[in-house]
Design a protein around this ligand. Structure first.
Ligand code: 3MF
Ligand code: MG
Length: 346
């Protein structure tokens, strides 16, 4: 069963270019100015952090937060856009400096839980039932600073609070092995799916897989996707690319390794990804050298590469492929794939 592909990105993917060693290099674009760009670029859905939808939400009363979120919903409707998910931003507030759900200070853990509960309310106002948890600071710089068993139990307990807060929401965990922390407690898809089993409603806890995060864990993103598909847990993807084990680059999809990108497209298409409403998220950033007027090309290119690889993948002779597998001639299969990637010989 072939897949159905509709695309999303988050407002943070139109980015001013700051990095840990230098300030912004492009002017900020207001959220209202970003929205019309989505359709122009071929995207139909928007991913949100809670404060992408409601800036400064910690300073607002709950009723004001909901009113602001409802206003964003009206803007989405006006542009023919859908909210894909809401993710609580649990890594910027001073109270999350030692982690959110795993912070050693109980008052800080409570802040993280309260803020996440509010993200669920924002998701409802935006019309989505999907919550994403990127567990950014749930880990350590110093192994001895936390107890890893207790930490995992605390993450599961926090997820339980959210699952009980709204019996209809589903939670997708976005695993990442490092950055900003040295090590995280939920580094891979397998860890995330294991964590689901510790919660009160495992069937409502799944994953979003980011290509770069899998690569940073030394894993192949398409195999991570296959694992999640086998477990019926692949509820979103964050496609991008990454040049080896260094900082999280969020390069355009396919920019580093086209074959690795092809295999991600192929596994999604082979198993009907998107036929139950799953979106293709592109978590990509323009490289810092890009001038302001040319700083959307990473989004355009990532989507275009996905669609070209889809066409390419579907064009490879399945008969020939099956013959080569049956014959265990993987060298010839290697060439079949490389030939497809290099285009027809002139
Ligand atoms: C970090 C990420 C995050 C998440 C986002 C939504 C800021 O490496 O990928 O982007 O994707 O928080 O879950
Ligand atoms: Mg991501």
């Amino acid at each position: 069963m072939a897949g159905t592909f509709r695309f999303t990105f988050g407002p943070w993917n139109i980015h001013e270019g700051a990095d840990p060693f230098g300030p912004t290099v492009r002017p900020a674009i207001a959220f209202e100015k970003k929205l019309p760009l989505y359709r122009e670029l071929g995207f139909e859905g928007v991913q949100f952090h809670d404060d992408d939808a409601v800036p400064n939400l910690n300073q607002l009363a709950p009723a004001q937060v909901l009113a602001a979120a409802k206003d964003v919903r009206r803007q989405l409707d006006a542009h023919g856009l859908t909210a894909e998910f809401v993710a609580p931003r649990l890594w910027e507030d001073p109270r999350t400096i030692d982690g959110g759900y795993t912070a050693n200070d109980p008052a800080c853990r409570q802040y993280a839980i309260d803020r996440s509960r509010q993200a669920v309310d924002i998701a409802n106002a935006l019309g989505t039932k999907l919550i994403v948890l990127w567990l950014a600071r749930e880990g350590t710089y110093l192994r001895e600073a936390k107890d890893s068993k207790v930490a995992v139990e605390r993450i599961a307990a926090a997820i339980d609070v959210l699952l009980k807060h709204d019996p209809e929401i589903r939670i997708a965990i976005e695993a990442k092995p490092n950055e900003p922390m040295d090590h995280t407690y939920i580094p891979t898809t397998g860890h995330a799916i294991g964590l689901a089993a510790l919660t009160v409603a495992p069937e409502r806890v799944g994953v979003v897989i980011e290509s770069a995060h899998a690569i940073l864990a030394g894993l192949d993103p398409s195999d991570e996707m296959g694992y999640a598909l086998a477990c019926k847990k692949l509820w979103s993807v964050h496609l991008n690319d990454q040049n080896g084990l260094k900082f999280d680059e969020d390069r355009a999809f396919g920019a580093v390794d086209l074959r690795r990108a092809l295999n991600q497209v192929r596994i999604l298409d082979a198993h009907g990804y998107g036929n139950h409403g799953e979106w293709v998220g592109l978590d990509v950033k323009a490289i810092r050298t890009q001038k302001p007027e040319a700083a959307l090309k990473h989004l355009r290119n990532s989507r275009a590469v996905f669609l070209r690889l889809l066409e390419l993948s579907r064009g490879i002779s399945q008969t020939r492929w099956a013959e080569l597998v049956a014959d265990r001639d993987y060298e010839e299969l290697d060439m079949l794939i490389l030939d497809a990637l290099m285009g027809a010989k002139g």
